[in-house]
Design a protein around this ligand. Sequence first.
Ligand code: ZN
Length: 401
Amino acid sequence: MNTKTPLIITALAALLPLSAADIPAHFSDGAKAKLADSIQLAPSEYQLNVVYFYGCDFQPATDHERRLSELFTYVQQFYGKAMQRNGFGPRSFGLPILPNGNVDIITIKGKLPHKDYPYSGGHNKVQAELAEYFAAHPEKHRSGHTFILMPTWLDDKFSNENPGGVPYYGVGVTAFAMDYADFDLQYLGDDTPKGRLLTKYLGGLAHELGHALNLPHNNGTPDQNKAMGTPLMNAGNYTFGMKPTYLTKASCKILDTSQTFAPKGCKTAFYTSQQDVKVTDQELTLENGDTLVFKFHTNARFKCVNAYIQDAPFAVNEDYEKVVFDEVVRDSADPTLYTVRMPLKDIASLKGVQQHAGVGGIDLVFVEEDGTRHSYRVQFDWNAITPQGTPLRDIIHFKGC
Ligand code: ZN
């Protein structure tokens, strides 16, 4: 027997689309069709914790294990294809998989009635009970990233046709989304009530997952959006599955060092760096009347740096429009000096560019080898930008992004 054969097959498999046989037999025909162009993903060292949580007087929505396994497999493929397209290999967030091909979902019946875990504040009680579960089952805690699904309330206001009631947002590296009986991949792309509802909630799941995997909001440039659609971390949660939706290269650069994307055998201790990051000698100028140029020095070394530019305010969920530039270039002669160029035509969607007024901000997001992120924001007046330089207002540094 040629013992090298399995190795060769493995290597070939990485280059070929999955055969239909690789999609679990019990997945619905509709799901199999949606997954037909799946690619073979590289094995992962860490996996996303997928949790299903419901109250003690409640039940999971019908067939939740099959439906959610299909949906997470689809979203995993979406992320994996984006990583492949952007040069990071066929890598996605890892999922714990059972022998039958379903996702190994941690299902928890809560201590309280379902309505005691409401949208507003319910996440605290869910997370407290989940922490107890992980303390008792440490082998089920497969990474620092967790996704929690809860079935819709069923009452006068909410139903499987109009789901709601439960937490549905991100809390750091944990995200919440909602399950309902027709949350089923077979309806994806259908211009029907079930199809439109699926785009809303699967797009929401994919977007909230992005946050839980370390991604901030971002928009692409007009050329990128024309070519690829709407960024998932912009308003892609409303287009996912219905219209072209994509992950920006900047998002993929951050995912490259996100824990659940680590390839099998990776020994990195994620998110442990204590590096003290300083940014100095910032300079914002207008070059040739058509390009903003931002230069700065930093004391630290990073795996990648992205720059995001936006209008004020800078509050949570008021930053969807920030346009990202993933080419923040380190100077070859002076490795402490970085430069990013932002053509005005690429940020023409910003009010500050259109009106030449108001306050703007540039966020630098520095990502270390272990996935630790640092953000550094400078603010300026749009009407004060000159070829010689620009007075910078508040300068803020914080961990995360
Ligand atoms: Zn968001």
